[in-house]
Design a protein around this ligand. Structure first.
Ligand SMILES: [Zn+2]
Length: 460
């Protein structure tokens, strides 16, 4: 039998196994004795390993952080990285997210596509490779993590105990495959909002929710002289069609300014309208002695690519993006978060030092809390071609090519591991959304792709 025939033979078990593990609500909970991510993720991990044992695989559970399923012999290990924890179900489901259901040829349930389903699909792909009698000259390991969605401590635990892989893939994103993920440079900068003796004082600026989103709205309180003029100017401030503003006086005579822009993901800041940047752009013309406002306009302005602070750079796969996500004020000092996504092939270390210096020279303090490396594997390498070739062979799709993203997937934890599947181009699996689902035919096709991929990686 060939791979397709095997998938057809095992497909009922494949779907039943997916349903069995999806039934366990594996959202992160409070840690318990021996359960670092709580009961749900632990039970799902144990269930995944139990299913693998039914098919005769060796399994190892590393303290309920992470486990693995193994077959084959030899030094080299081919890794497959999936996770059994899920994000909360949220509102708006047509059926119970933890009672998987087949409707219109699709399997619905939380975790169908992200990422319990892909874990089970990978397990059956291993089973098929074994049952086809393929020579296992290397070990093949399916790693099941229990905390990808809330920090990936599971795979770091694995790496510390077991090391890395010769080659590997993580079915936790999209087909065809992702051969590059941007690096990260992040932190925050601070400066006083006012100087001593200022006639007009910015008391506070606050806005934003998370550092990896474009700040959607911001509120400023101002006291002192000239407030009527500032209010009148702000009421006429319309720098962008997606911006709305409101202004009012508080009971104690302070001027309150509110500006609403538009949120977007930090890796595409230009798709949003940053409320902080537009608020500062207004303030700079009306309050000229604020150290924070001056530093922000000089070094950030209305830019999305770090043009003013020395962060700007690009390579053939993309440009550096810079996002300002959250602003807060404490004791008259404003602090704003910075989230830069660094082009894949660029070593940013020296440039990061220069960016920090530029902020310091402008009177700010700058705290770096992240300088993460990128992931890049030559798309022409045998490894990438083996995976992409498997995808092309099974799907016949040569139009969609391997691509790069702003980062970061599960794959990034390891060298020589890339995100491969499982959402097919043109499909929407509703990942992290209500009614998460996967077409049954796509489940089978995905399994077939993985059977081919495992064989090709064994042959490298
Ligand atoms: Zn995932």
């Amino acid at each position: 039998m060939n791979a397709k025939e095997y998938v057809n033979k095992y497909k009922d078990e494949l779907i039943n196994d997916m349903m069995e593990i999806i039934e366990i609500k594996s959202v992160r909970e409070e840690a318990k004795e021996g359960m670092p991510f709580g009961e749900g993720p632990t039970k799902a991990l144990q269930k995944g390993l139990e299913i693998a044992e039914r098919y005769g695989f060796k399994t190892v559970n590393l303290d309920n952080y992470v486990g693995y399923v193994e077959m084959g012999e030899g030094e080299d290990i081919i890794g497959i990285l999936a996770h059994v924890d899920v994000v909360p179900e949220g509102e708006g489901w047509t059926s119970d997210p933890y009672k998987p259901e087949i409707r219109d040829g699709r399997l619905y349930g939380r975790g169908v596509a992200d990422d319990k389903g892909p874990g089970i699909i990978s397990l059956h792909a291993m089973r098929i490779v074994r049952d086809m009698g393929v020579k296992l000259n290397k070990r093949v390991r399916l790693v099941l993590g229990a905390n990808e969605e809330t920090g990936s401590a599971c795979v770091r635990y694995y790496k510390a105990k077991e090391g890395g892989f010769q080659y590997g893939f993580s079915p936790d994103a999209e087909f065809p495959l992702i051969f590059g993920e941007k690096g990260g440079f992040g932190g925050n900068f601070s400066a006083p909002l006012s100087v001593d003796g200022a006639k007009t004082v910015i008391e506070s600026i606050a806005g934003g929710v998370v550092s990896n989103m474009v700040c959607p709205d911001v509120t400023v309180y101002i006291s002192g002289e000239g407030l009527e003029e500032i209010k009148a100017a702000f009421d006429g401030y319309k720098p962008h069609e997606e911006i709305t503003t409101e202004s009012s006086f508080t009971d104690c005579g302070k001027l309150k300014l509110y500006l609403k822009g538009k949120a977007a993901h930090a890796s595409f800041p230009e798709q949003g309208v940053n409320a902080i940047s537009y608020m500062i752009d207004f303030l700079k013309d009306h309050i000229t002695d604020s150290p924070f406002v001056k530093a922000y306009s000089d070094l950030v302005g209305l830019c999305y690519y770090g043009e003013k602070c020395g962060a700007q750079c690009e390579d053939q796969y993309g440009v550096l993006t810079m996002n300002l996500g959250v602003i807060s004020t404490e004791n008259g000092v404003a602090t704003v978060t910075v989230d830069c996504r660094v082009p894949i092939t660029i070593d940013f270390k020296d440039q990061a030092d220069q960016v920090v210096k530029n902020f310091e020279n402008a009177g700010c303090t700058f705290n770096v809390n992240r300088l993460g490396s990128s992931l890049f594997i030559d798309p022409e390498s045998d490894f990438i071609q083996a995976l992409y070739g498997s995808y092309v062979k099974v799907t016949g799709d040569t139009e969609n090519k391997p691509f790069t993203i702003g980062g970061g997937t599960y794959a990034k934890t390891f060298e020589n591991v890339v995100a491969f599947g499982i959402e097919f181009p043109g499909e929407n699996n509703q990942i992290h959304m209500p009614d998460e689902n996967m077409h049954l035919e796509s489940i089978y096709k995905c399994c077939e792709v993985f059977v081919e991929a495992i064989q090709r990686l064994l042959a490298l």
